[in-house]
Design a protein around this ligand. Structure first.
Ligand SMILES: Cc1cc2nc3c(=O)[nH]c(=O)nc-3n(C[C@H](O)[C@H](O)[C@H](O)COP(=O)(O)OP(=O)(O)OC[C@H]3O[C@@H](n4cnc5c(N)ncnc54)[C@H](O)[C@@H]3O)c2cc1C
Length: 279
């Protein structure tokens, strides 16, 4: 049970959503955008947030779009992980979606919720960081389109009241050779100890990570080492893990040292597969 009352709004357009957000703020209320609601409801129940209003974005056509537009794939942020996976339009993102939570929750959790929520793993960000994706945002000043990685730096850096509307992925990335490895401590369905996504472009391996540090990231320095084919892949993996952007993350699932051990082995296997043309 949620132990307080709040206003529920379900706008039909981006402009209406932004207008409602502004109006509520003017009245001194604290609204939040609401997508799948799984995190918002859990946090309301536990008392860690207490929004005065939720603005449900699932009636906004731009937020529910999931279609090819010429060579570009558009995915609305209110699409669920299961819709993205079942569409098979971006196989690497489908693999990432298919390893977050269980099927029931995948039918509820949205792309926008995974990217904008407080859970640190945000695993759907990895394919987007690798694929030169664009991000469409809507705020007080209207619509703007930016490179995904310019706004997603470990987490979404949105302006106050700004809504993430869509991601757009260029055609080359949809068909590119790719790999996805998620290692968990115990169960198949769990938060990652190490999550690695990789895409091959012009025989260069792009890599992005979650679980290893306190935020998801793509590192050009690590990629340079991993792609140095003058070195044996074991040496490349050893050198790459020394280039993490911050000390490895540790929690009850695994210490930082253990995550580095797992990452090193995962990278060795990834490079071996690449050498053997399996990526
Ligand atoms: C059982 C379970 C297992 C999980 N396992 C994993 C896992 O293994 N890996 C992983 O990465 N995550 C995992 N998660 C986390 C999950 O992806 C997040 O909790 C996510 O926020 C839920 O999405 P939602 O659509 O329900 O978000 P909501 O509860 O609707 O929203 C979450 C937050 O994002 C904001 N928001 C949502 N959409 C937008 C938007 N379009 N623009 C701006 N802000 C927005 C909301 O205002 C709110 O602050 C798990 C969650 C559950 C319940």
């Amino acid at each position: 049970m949620i132990p307080f009352s709040f206003i529920y709004c379900r706008p039909d357009s981006l402009k209406e959503a932004a207008d409602i957000y502004r109006q509520l703020r003017t009245e001194g209320k604290a609204p939040v955008y609401y997508a799948g609601g799984s995190e918002i409801i859990t946090m309301c129940r536990s008392g860690s947030i207490r929004p005065d209003a939720v603005i449900d974005i699932k009636n906004i056509p731009e937020c529910t779009a999931l279609a090819m537009d010429g060579q570009v794939l558009t995915i609305g942020t209110a699409c669920t992980l299961n819709q993205i996976k079942e569409s098979k339009l971006f196989p690497l993102l489908g693999l990432a979606c298919g390893r977050i939570a269980d099927h029931t929750n995948q039918c509820r959790i949205t792309l926008g919720g995974n990217l904008c929520g407080t859970i640190i793993y945000r695993e759907t960000s990895l394919p987007l960081l690798l694929s030169d994706a664009d991000l469409v945002l809507y705020g007080e000043k209207g619509k703007r389109t930016v490179l995904f990685h310019s706004v997603f730096r470990g987490r979404m850096q949105l302006d106050s009241g700004e809504l993430a509307v869509q991601v757009r992925i260029p055609g080359w990335a949809l068909q590119a050779h790719h790999a996805h490895v998620k290692i968990t401590a115990n169960e198949k369905i769990d938060y990652p100890l190490v999550d690695v996504a990789a895409i091959r472009k012009d025989n260069f391996l792009r890599t992005a990570f979650s679980g290893v540090c306190s935020h998801p990231f793509r590192s050009k320095e690590m990629e340079a080492v991993l792609n140095d084919r003058s070195l044996p892949y074991e040496v490349r993996a050893d050198k790459a893990v020394k280039l993490l952007p911050e000390p490895a993350y540790g929690d009850v699932e695994g210490t930082g040292a253990y995550r580095i051990f797992v990452l090193k082995n995962t990278l060795r296997k990834l490079l071996e597969d690449w050498e053997n043309d399996q990526i």
